[in-house]
Ligand binder design. Sequence first.
Ligand code: ATP
Length: 414
Amino acid sequence: METIAPVPNEPLIVGVSGGCDSMVLAHLLHEAKFDLLIAHVHHGLRAASDEEAAFVENWAFERNLPFRTIRLEWDGQRVNQARCREKRYQFFENLMEETNRSHLVLAHHRDDQLETLLIQLLRGEATIDGIPIHRPFGPGQLHRPLVNWTKQELTAYATRQQIEWREDATNAETKYLRNQIRHDILPRLAQVRPGFEEATVRAARLRQTIQDEHLAYVEALVARHMTDDGIVIDEINQLPTDLRRLVLQVLLPDVRLTSEDFDRFLAWLRVDMPSSEVYYGNWRIRRAYGYLTCIEKDTTDSALESFQVGADLGTYRYGERDVTFSYGEAGIPLAEVTFPLTVRSQLPGDRIQLEIGTKKVSRILIDAKVPRYLRAEVPVVVDATGQVLAVVGHRIAKFGSFELLARSYLMIEW
Ligand SMILES: Nc1ncnc2c1ncn2[C@@H]1O[C@H](COP(=O)(O)OP(=O)(O)OP(=O)(O)O)[C@@H](O)[C@H]1O
């Protein structure tokens, strides 16, 4: 299958390790006159790395192509394949941002595809669909146009076209799961069922098509049920499980989600609580009174500091609110108040005196349908004895007949 899957005719970044696969990719794209930037990551781990980096740089130089590289520093950190990969992808992402090239191209091939499918199966991942040819990545997209080429086809092509490459010594080792699959398991499967590769890859492609259609469906559904308060949860809960899980992916397209993340999301959706939240990476997803919203954590995590108010009173800001304390003709009888006052978030056990007796502050906020995540932002005013005087925005304490007899009052306004 020696045709390359379509790649956008726009400025590209090609990840070139110097191995056979990425050299063939770079060659094909260059021959097809794409606008290329060659990117190489020097892992700094093997003696041969310097030579590989120089080889790739030289290849780019001879063709007058821009070349960018990074040498990874490990400073005693543990090195493993996953770490290397993470740093590599970070480099690619930074490069996309820096150079304004929104398309990254990598040389994964059909053997990688089979290995990935088996790994997904062995790990019990939620979706066994292998490597997609195109997927969103960083500020743009990642493309793997060689995903239908076999390793054998790549090597044969390189030999025929006299494309030089450098062998990656770690590829021959079998200590990693991927390499074990490559060297031990795939050859055995081929013996048991010759031609299984084609069938397996075809099944994966079908899964990917279905998955893409489902994703598009869920994206449209989420967009349709998006209101100013968030997405209507009932609409999500009516979806079959497979689609409900995709809501998370639609909400967090840039987060690398594991199957545990999806399971956690489904379990969380099932529990019928008026309000609660769940965290993924830097994001929090909240549900409140039938709506679901998604918020980046940093922007909302600023803890609100409590502060004291002395007898000289005044106006103070707490979170989003201004609270004004003054002396006046109505409000809380001063005889009931001991200074200084404290303004803080509600604490467990807080109760406020009302006409009908005391009431839990948390209950007041629930009845007022204040979502759980906003409750900490409601200022509660307590006096020096710990008595709650006001739940700002909601209630002021009532002292019954004492109120009528009093001469002077504390007024709390917002
Ligand atoms: N050192 C490197 N410098 C630049 N590009 C690289 C480098 N190593 C790998 N690549 C690019 O990534 C592609 C895939 O490489 P490899 O299979 O080693 O990677 P991976 O990114 O760990 O993949 P996977 O997504 O399968 O875990 C290569 O074909 C090449 O395009």
